[in-house]
Design a protein around this ligand. Structure first.
Ligand SMILES: CC[C@H](O)CC(=O)C(=O)O
Ligand code: MN
Length: 340
């Protein structure tokens, strides 16, 4: 195996779960994970879209228990490590132990960008379980760089091997990614990573800027499969990095084949930048809110863009999914009042 300059974590089997209503089957996960492993992807994340324990009425019920999906992926991977995402408060230490027990080797502990302190226990437990551990600072566009550094340092102090800047809303512009990654590289002694969403069509550009500034861990999603307009497209990223002489050690043809032959048929429609996903990036709203907002819009006969813009104004963050219906109901109520 060649040395890798950049390690890609493939997130289609976790972030992509948002895009298909958490409906992955064991057969799909087995086939995708096996093909990604054969393409030499180093890390493959498998969990509910909202992380371990996310299957619920609030976040969306999984069709198949995620531990069964994780086991299926572990059983077919010869070189890749299976990663799991965990948001403290949604997933528990028990979930983490169970995932480690069935073979997950990487734990990504995700918090809102101002709440790194809630990751302490989970990062510690993940390290004790012998897992490679990542701190995942979500909605990174919402705070100035100084705050981001403060929070990243907390995760480093708890034992994280890597800290990620997570552009959950796909709202960061390239110069903002540059500033954040550069500052983290200067402030931390651990690896720095970047996770992008493509709502403003900037996921690829932002990922490249992050790498230029020294990020050595980045996320990709085959066929962009992820929340909102999806993530940085892995097979394209691998091609571009190869052209730049940056080694990922991923087999390009095999990666293209997984995308075309295995993942594309899973999608009802190709992942694209719709007006809804564009507004996520424009208004700075959590990408996983898109399907919830579309449903609320249907229920109250509203334009989902109006709901998303209001959620952006109110700075609603992950975990506040119940606010989406409240906001929609308020907008509908106000319209009724004005029209009578
Ligand atoms: C709800 C978890 C979220 O989808 C994590 C993530 O990928 C992000 O914040 O972008
Ligand atoms: Mn994401």
């Amino acid at each position: 195996m060649n040395k890798r300059d950049v390690y890609i974590t493939e997130v289609a089997l976790r972030d992509g779960s948002h895009a298909i209503n958490h409906s992955y089957t064991i057969d799909q996960v087995t086939e995708v994970a096996k093909a990604l492993d054969e393409a030499h992807v180093p890390f493959i994340e498998v969990s509910h879209g909202d992380g371990l324990g996310g299957s619920s009425l609030q976040y969306g019920l999984s069709t198949t228990n995620e531990m069964e999906l994780i086991s299926a992926a572990v059983s077919v991977c010869k070189q890749a490590d299976i990663a799991v995402l965990l948001l403290p408060g949604i997933g528990t230490v028990g979930d983490l132990k169970e995932a480690a027990n069935i073979g997950a080797r990487m734990a990504r502990i995700a918090t809102h960008v101002t709440e790194a302190d809630v990751s302490k226990q989970h990062i510690k437990v993940a390290k004790e379980l012998g897992m490679e551990t990542v701190g995942f600072l979500m909605m990174a566009h919402m705070v100035p760089t100084e705050k981001l550094i403060e929070q990243a340092k907390l995760m480093e102090s708890y034992g994280a091997d890597t800290v990620y800047v997570v552009d959950s809303a796909g709202a960061l512009l390239p110069h903002q990614v540059k500033e954040r990654i550069r500052a983290l590289r200067e402030a931390l002694n651990v690896n720095v990573g970047f996770h992008g969403h493509n709502n403003l069509s900037l996921a690829m550009a932002n990922t490249l800027v992050a790498i230029e500034e020294g990020a050595t861990r980045v996320d990709g999603s085959v066929r962009c499969l992820g929340a909102g307009a999806g993530n940085t497209q892995t097979e394209v990223l691998v091609s571009v990095l190869d052209r730049m002489n940056i080694t990922t050690a991923i087999d390009l043809y095999k990666m293209m084949d997984v995308a075309e032959d295995i993942v594309a048929p899973i999608l009802d429609q190709p992942q694209e930048i719709t007006k809804g996903s564009l507004v996520l990036g424009y208004a700075g709203v959590y990408s996983s809110f898109l399907l919830h907002a579309n449903r609320a819009a249907q229920k109250f006969n509203l334009d989902p863009r109006d709901i998303l813009i209001e959620l952006g104004k109110q700075k609603v963050v992950g975990g506040q999914e119940d606010m989406i219906l409240d906001v929609a109901s308020d907008i509908a109520q106000k319209r009724m009042t004005f029209s009578t």
